[in-house]
Ligand binder design. Structure first.
Ligand code: FAD
Length: 458
């Protein structure tokens, strides 16, 4: 009999709404082997092509099957230095799993869950890949400790460079730390994965806002960095630009999640950083950020949390698993609703007025375009969390006038090099808000061009 796809255990959908414990429990070794046994070991594995960093997926799956867990991990780690993170947050259904041939007649291999199993196994067994790293003494600066910066730093270090990562915040990890909540990605996992990069010899400096504390020019001229990688992400929230957006009770998701995760307001009153959201919370948007904000609001005690999204359920850009978990947690999806005004009393938000939308022809994203109908509906709310996208923060551009950016504030690059020789960039600051694995891929690929650039100087 054919083995069906193994379902991962999850925490009880009611109990978990009152805590921040990780919802998805991961596979056991036996479950991993059973799932691995479903792989057809295709001659032309489409999963590898569909993975942005081209992990040798069939190889690590075969190694799991033959109980060679250590080598399976090393196969994975060769192409991905943060497997315990990517196994949890990658949109696998759009990448490796989406391309799996088993989808044709059934369900794909659960590649993400296998990746997570190996990443967790390595962390809990202190599995370290023996690496000989030379020291060429040439200094490299990395701006930002998110996935792109970490990946660039690790790749440059492996090439022998003396790498320092500068981070504006007081903790390392970028969105992995301040954005994605613990119930999806425990912070201990992020710290353990970053420690492995520190063990390679990469140096980290926190509370340094490049562009204010030190400029890019100073990094090159005064600090003698031969090349700089900018991986400063897209941390500036996009606004709805509608009346009442300035009322008390209207938040942007980045601000809200940073307060809950990094400033630990979820532990209020033990931490003196409360976030007041009340009982009825609207979340605007349909991506991962919106799902994280909605599920976080539930855990902070909100009774009714609803998503306002201007398209339909099929168009939601969030990972399938997050949508599924949000539904299990009683998040209400009010679809084809587009906020047009916040109504308040004494500058405190009380209601949100939405235009009812309908779907028209497909747009450039391949999804049907939301069209206004001229009909409106109003919802009572105590707070609203806006999650409709992020842009790069303009601080770097303001202090580095020669740095070319486009009209959305994204840094313009050519083979990862910016308009300033020796200054490279990648991740969300170049692509706009994207994904962890794409940011990591950019950091890694940029290292090849940085190495070439430095060798040409000599
Ligand atoms: C809430 C949320 C949930 C998400 N969920 C998912 C998901 O499930 N799956 C997925 O694949 N992707 C997800 N994403 C997207 C993903 O996290 C990002 O695409 C990825 O983190 C981008 O990496 P990055 O390194 O480019 O930037 P970031 O992760 O944003 O890191 C940039 C770092 O640079 C620092 N920095 C900025 N400016 C400066 C400066 N001037 N000086 C020094 N440091 C600076 C920032 O403080 C930050 O630490 C999510 C994003 C958010 C916000």
């Amino acid at each position: 009999m054919k083995q069906s796809r193994i379902k991962m255990n999850v925490l009880d959908s009611v109990k978990r709404q009152s805590n921040f414990e990780e919802v998805a429990c991961g596979f056991t070794l036996d479950e991993s082997k059973l799932e691995a046994s479903r792989c057809l070991d295709c001659k032309n594995p489409r999963c590898v092509d569909a993975c942005p960093v081209h992990i040798d997926i069939p190889k690590f799956i075969k190694e799991i099957l033959s109980n060679d867990i250590e080598n399976a991990y090393f196969t994975l780690y060769n192409d991905n230095i943060l497997p315990a993170i990517c196994g949890r947050v990658c949109p696998q259904e759009k990448q490796c799993e989406g391309a799996c041939i088993l989808n044709v007649k059934g369900e794909s291999v659960s590649i993400g869950a296998l990746e997570r199993y190996l990443g967790d196994y390595a962390l809990s067994n202190d599995l370290v890949k023996e690496e000989t790293i030379s020291n060429n003494g040439i200094k490299i600066a990395v701006v930002g400790s998110g996935p792109s910066g970490i990946s660039n730093a690790a790749s440059m270090r492996r090439l022998g460079y003396d790498v320092t990562v500068y981070e504006a915040l007081h903790e390392y990890g970028g969105v992995l730390k301040y954005g994605i909540p613990d119930f999806r990605l425990p912070k201990t996992i992020v710290e353990q994965e970053i420690n492995k990069v520190k063990d390679l010899g990469v140096k980290f400096e926190k509370n340094v806002l490049i562009g204010k504390s030190i400029t890019i020019d100073q990094l090159k001229e005064d600090y003698d960095y031969k090349a700089v990688f900018i991986g400063s992400g897209a941390g500036l929230p996009s606004a709805l630009n509608i009346a009442g957006e300035n009322f008390s009770g209207v938040y942007y998701a980045n601000e809200f999640l940073t307060r809950v995760n990094l400033m630990k307001s979820r532990d209020f009153p033990h931490n003196p950083t409360p976030v007041k959201i009340g009982s009825n919370v609207a979340v605007v948007g349909g991506g991962n950020v919106a799902m994280d904000a909605a599920r976080t609001a539930k855990r902070l005690g909100a009774k009714n949390v609803f998503i306002l999204y201007r398209r339909d359920m099929e168009s939601l850009p969030a990972r399938l698993e997050e949508i599924h978990h949000a539904i299990e947690e009683d998040i209400d999806f009010r679809l084809l609703r587009n906020p047009v005004e916040f109504i308040g009393e004494n500058y405190i938000v009380k209601r949100v007025k939405c235009e009812i939308m309908e779907l028209g022809e497909k747009d450039s994203s391949g999804r049907r375009r939301p069209m206004p109908t001229g009909n409106y509906i109003t919802f009572d709310i105590d707070s609203c969390i806006i999650s409709i996208g992020q842009k790069p923060n303009p601080i770097l551009k303001k202090s580095t006038l020669d740095l070319e950016t486009d009209k959305w504030g994204r840094i313009v690059v050519n083979d990862f090099q910016t308009s300033i020789p020796g200054v490279f960039a990648g991740g969300d600051v170049v692509s706009g808000a994207a994904t962890v694995i794409l940011a990591m891929g950019a950091g890694k690929d940029a290292s090849i061009y940085m190495d070439k650039y430095i060798k040409n100087l000599q």
